[in-house]
Design a protein around this ligand. Structure first.
Ligand code: AMP
Length: 416
């Protein structure tokens, strides 16, 4: 049996040479923690609940064992009707196409034997229906579009052998609970189920308890995450844009991803930066799928240097070697803070997660620190020092503050 504690190569984990060869081509020199802690168990067919930071390499962790299972167990062309054997559910369109892209890349040498299809909303359904015809080995789907396809008989879920719930916390917080339950009801009882989530609120724990059968539990504080440096700058109220423009010009970052809390703030900030000579593109839920894809491609390729986004970009997106994420607005939820900054410093790359806070943010940033169990030194930007009566010390309560009404309940933000 494989040593599950200290394997050093993908072959040690039990992967077949065809897959190992492909990983070498992709220059994956050794497994990440999540991969070495999960792949051996998944190859044995165990259920799994995995907590891992974003960027930890979990797509390969769950998809490589599936590919191996198909290659070893399913005879080529055993696909039938409109069935699917392995179903990966994800919360967003972008993640669906990204995961499908990676799965196809990992299965490059098995491409004649393995059919992977991505289905997600916001684009025409017809090509997806056509692609599903004759059955699929792997389908990567967002819940809503999957159910649409089920109701039009374009896909049948009764032959699913493996179910992966990726970013389960995000799926539930985006309001997919009902869709998820409807999908689960269509799946066969006997299957291997994997649930990945960066955070474990009660809803996720309950789902895991109902769904998983004696799961292996892997909770990683990924070592890779330590390459991400966090910094926080105190600024005077009304000076965030000036400070941001200054930082962008000073550091000349190859790319910068800037988060704000509302769709219209994206456009406002882009206009204000433009007046300061900085061109920025925006990415939010009001943009059509075509525009979202174009902007993302432009940002990934480096054609777009500054991207201003709402939290729809906070989860799962993999932008290679993204040097910096900036919180222009703080996210309401401390968990989203981790997801946002996790866009940088992925897969062991050096990254920077930077937040700008003014006196309206001081208390909330403390909550973010407390919930995420870190504490940062407040810095100031030279030339933009904070006035005494705007400093955090000035606002520090003499006595412990009473809990403000309404904290603890996360509101669904439809303004992204
Ligand atoms: P994920 O968390 O699956 O989105 O992966 C984050 C990034 O890490 C992606 O760009 C992957 O291509 C990359 N990656 C995954 N596993 C490895 C590995 N073992 N070695 C190097 N890069 C990896």
């Amino acid at each position: 049996m494989t040593d599950k504690t200290s394997p050093t190569t993908f072959a040690d984990l039990g992967l077949i040479p065809t897959l190992v060869e492909r990983l070498e081509e992709l220059e994956y020199s050794q497994p990440t923690s999540i991969q070495s802690h999960t792949i051996p168990y998944l190859l044995e067919g165990r259920d799994l609940v995995g907590g891992a930071n974003t960027g930890s390499g979990k797509t390969a962790a769950f998809s490589l064992p599936i590919l191996q299972k198909i290659y070893q167990q399913d005879k080529p062309n055993s696909r039938r009707g409109n069935t699917v054997s392995h179903l990966i559910l994800v919360p967003t369109r972008e993640l669906a196409s990204q995961v499908a892209y990676n799965v196809k890349s990992y299965s490059y040498h098995l491409r004649n034997e393995i059919k992977t299809v991505a289905v997600f909303g916001g684009v025409s359904v017809n090509p997806q229906m056509l692609a599903l015809r004759g059955g699929s080995d792997i389908v990567v789907a967002t819940p809503g579009r999957l159910l649409d396809l089920v109701s039009s008989n374009a896909i049948k879920l009764d032959q699913v052998q493996t179910l992966v719930l990726d970013e389960a916390d995000r799926m539930l917080s985006l309001g997919f609970t009902e869709e998820l339950n409807n999908i689960l009801a269509l799946l066969p009882e006997k299957k291997q189920t994997l649930l990945f989530s960066a955070t474990f609120p009660e809803k996720v724990t309950t789902l895991a308890q109902h769904l998983l059968n004696e799961p292996v539990e892997v909770q990683l504080q990924s070592a890779e995450a330590s390459t991400l440096v966090q910094r926080v700058f105190s600024v005077n109220k009304g000076q965030k844009t000036a400070v941001l423009a200054h930082l962008i010009k000073q550091h000349q970052w190859r790319q910068a991803l800037i988060f704000v809390n509302a769709k219209n703030s994206c456009n406002h900030l882009a206009q204000k930066l433009s007046k300061r000579g900085i061109t920025a593109e925006v990415f939010h839920g009001d943009k059509g799928q075509g525009a979202r894809t174009r902007v993302l491609e432009g940002f990934k390729s480096g054609d777009i240097q500054v991207l201003i986004a709402t939290d729809i970009a906070a989860r799962g997106l993999d932008i290679e070697k993204l040097p910096v994420v900036i919180n222009f607005d703080l996210p309401r939820s401390p968990a989203d803070y981790m997801h946002r900054i996790g866009r940088s410093g992925r897969a062991g790359e050096v990254g920077l997660g930077l937040s700008l806070i003014d006196y309206d943010d001081y208390h909330h940033f403390k909550v973010i620190e407390k919930k995420n169990k870190f504490r940062l030194e407040r810095e100031q930007v030279a030339g933009f020092e904070v006035d005494d009566d705007q400093s955090e010390a000035y606002f520090a309560p003499m006595k412990p503050r009473a809990k403000p009404a309404g904290t603890g309940k996360k509101k669904k933000n439809r303004n992204q």
